[in-house]
Design a binder for this molecule. Sequence first.
Ligand code: NI
Length: 388
Amino acid sequence: MPIKNRFAEMQQEVTGWRRHLHENPELMYELHKTAAFVQERLHGFGITDVTPGIGKTGVVAVIEGKTNTSGRVIGLRADMDALPIHEASGVDYASKTPGVMHACGHDGHTAILLGAAKYLAETRNFDGKVVLIFQPAEEGGAGALAMCQDGLMERWGIQEVYGLHNMPGKPVGEFAIRSGALLASSDEFEITVTGKGGHAAAPHDSIDTTLVAAQIVVSLHSIVSRNVNPVKRVVLTVGTFETDSTASNVIAHTAKLQGTVRTLDTEYRAQAEDWVRRVATSTAEAFGASAEVTWSPGYPVTFNTETETGHAIEAARAVGVAVDENTSPIMPSEDFSYMLEERPGAYIFLGNGDTPMCHHPAYIFDDEAIPLGCSWFAELVERRMPAA
Ligand code: NI
């Protein structure tokens, strides 16, 4: 494999960092030990420009190339947070914190970016500036947004951004990417339906909230099938359905539905809230009930820009054994999307071999992927900002 030789030499050291992070996972923004570990390593590489506390516990560091005539500034991002999952992987470096686990490989992403940072600080064989971005709270806390709101892009003058994610089921050594939408947006809704509770034997004196809410569920499912162009990707799911009736002979007074809308299409995303509101409120009204809709926007579509996807592919080709350049998009979401809303850039999948999918208690990050990830970041920098 044409990884950079330096990363073959460093593999054991970087694996050691990865396993240390794996044993000591932290959640969301509570990454105090993790962020301190990252800062210590960066200082150890001789990097002096290190700023903690961006997006609460994010860390930003700068490596200057030997020259900077290009004026180019490239951001490289890794996520640092773990998940509230009890580990069942059986590895001897398993989590020491019960109920918390690096089950998405963010320990691997952090170690990979640290490895790339060590190499780039040693060699500085590029003409421009690299900004290392270690972010908190990818798993539901929008840590990338918090860092952007703290002025990440403007303060460090970042012009383009790149990130990677390990991909179970894809062989180590392979990369996968596509230009355009790669991961879905994810928004949530809650609908509170109010009818008129009463005795099960006297429906004529009630407005049966359960029936109304059931009609709303059915009608919601017409949104995607009847409004969305069939070649586009939108999925709507109602996940919970609760009423306040506690007995078989009681007609419910209120009901609550919770669901999610995910799509790869930003125009449909913008329309989805209106569709859900209209269907819920007018269906309720048809029965003499009422519906209140709360819409909670989540992560945007992860959208790779064309030119930067080209750079990511070139670097992957130089490093990997195979690159799927037009991989199928998938419907999970990813908060790197917020950084891609602010700057052009690309997000790539890195093969992680045969292991259960991310977020599974038996998931294992494959340390053989480390030199590939490190090499990809380094190739990107050296190709995008060739030494003067
Ligand atoms: Ni992840």
